[in-house]
Design a protein around this ligand. Structure first.
Ligand code: SF4
Length: 371
């Protein structure tokens, strides 16, 4: 499998209430970050990176807030130093309030052929609760502009299982988004990560997130509705309107494929070894200004670790895992039979694949089968 390239853009205009991604609102360091990134690209290439990438994913943070000139400089350096396949999938994450026809044109001219739009909700009260900068009108406008601009591959991020959210309200948002015919949807359940304002509020008992049973109801209703509208529920949180729209980049993570990560906090994997950059933007800039890669740590996975990861990742996808991967698990035959009996997996064509109900408990499936 060809490697994918990930670029972490660690800037946001403001922090959302639930966010634990590596990002800063200090835009004064943007030019230092750009310079550090250009140096990182050069150093990685000089160290011998030569394989062509068939995906490039600009994530964050908020890549859509980068000025056109900064993005163009980064793309020029990348194309000068690295090789991309002619059909490379190039995704840019965008916040709705950044989207204009002018920016959409600029991104297209740079080679972006897939937009991941962080809509999250089409209800103003929910967007306010999440601490998003945009409102529902801006989200609708961005969806309309993406279609007007002729973008052929639009992915929309949504969040559900918010405190106080009704299932009917969530399905109304989902149906309204479907009217824009996105090629791909990522639907995430809200989680209260530690060290976020939301996590702190939950820890203090000021707020309660929906319980497991309610989350399960939202999950199953989401999957049923989207599959009824022709989407394939191919990973726990991801839906594609046909095989060509399955995220090629994210599939590398789920299939244990290789990827190179650039920017603060970015992770890389070569099929055996994993390494990651420092999370602090200041430290990233400082180390690269000294001409040193900003790697914070690395690990080489053993055969057993590789097998367990492949199992856990594979069971999060509808494609499942090859039965051969269970050869070393003495209980596998019995556990598979029990899971199939319970309607959580199907076994066919030499593979064990989670059903819709199995995806709800994907992480537990991996634990049971890793025995
Ligand atoms: S826009 Fe995304 S990365 Fe930025 S604070 Fe919000 S959730 Fe985090």
């Amino acid at each position: 499998m060809p490697p994918g390239l990930y670029l972490h853009v660690p800037f946001c205009q403001s922090k959302c209430r639930y966010c634990d991604f590596a990002s800063t609102t200090d835009l004064d360091v943007l030019i230092d970050w750009q310079q550090a990134l250009l140096t990182e690209i050069a150093l990685v290439q000089e160290e011998g990176w030569s394989q062509p990438f068939d995906t490039f994913y600009l994530g964050g943070g908020t890549p859509s807030l980068l000025p056109g000139g900064v993005l163009a400089t980064i793309f020029t350096q990348l194309r000068r130093r690295f090789v991309f396949t002619d059909d490379a999938e190039i995704t840019l994450e965008a916040n709705p309030d950044d989207v204009t026809l002018e920016k959409l044109g600029l991104w297209r001219d740079l080679g972006v052929n897939r937009l991941s739009l962080g809509v999250q909700s089409l209800q103003d009260a929910e967007l306010g609760f999440l601490g998003r900068r945009h409102d529902a009108a801006q989200a609708r406008r961005a969806l309309g502009l993406a279609r007007e601009a002729g973008l052929a591959n639009l992915s929309v991020d949504l969040m559900y299982a918010l405190p106080g959210q009704s299932l009917a309200g969530w399905l109304t948002t989902l149906k309204e988004v479907l009217a824009y015919r996105p090629e791909h949807l990522s639907c995430y359940q809200l989680t209260a990560a530690e060290h976020t304002p939301l996590g702190a509020a939950v820890a203090r008992g000021e707020m309660v997130l929906p319980g497991e049973e309610e989350q399960r109801t939202f999950f199953l209703a989401t999957s049923e509705l989207l599959e009824a509208h022709g989407y394939c529920h191919y990973e726990v949180a991801n839906f594609a309107r046909g095989q060509p729209y399955i995220s090629r980049h994210n599939s590398k993570y789920w299939q244990h494929g290789p990827y190179l990560g650039l920017g603060p906090a970015a992770h890389s994997f070569d099929g055996r070894r994993r390494w990651w950059n420092v999370r602090s933007v200041a430290q990233y800039c400082w180390q690269l200004a000294e001409g040193v890669l900003a790697i914070a740590g690395s690990e080489t996975l053993s055969e057993v670790q590789l097998r367990l990861e492949a199992l856990a990742l594979g069971l999060r996808t509808r494609q499942g895992i090859a039965l051969a991967e269970l050869d070393s698990c003495p209980q596998a035959g019995r556990v598979l039979a029990e899971l199939a009996q319970a309607g959580l997996i199907t076994v066919h064509g030499g593979r064990a694949c989670p059903t819709r109900r199995g995806l709800v408990v994907a992480d537990s499936l991996a634990l049971l089968l890793s025995g």
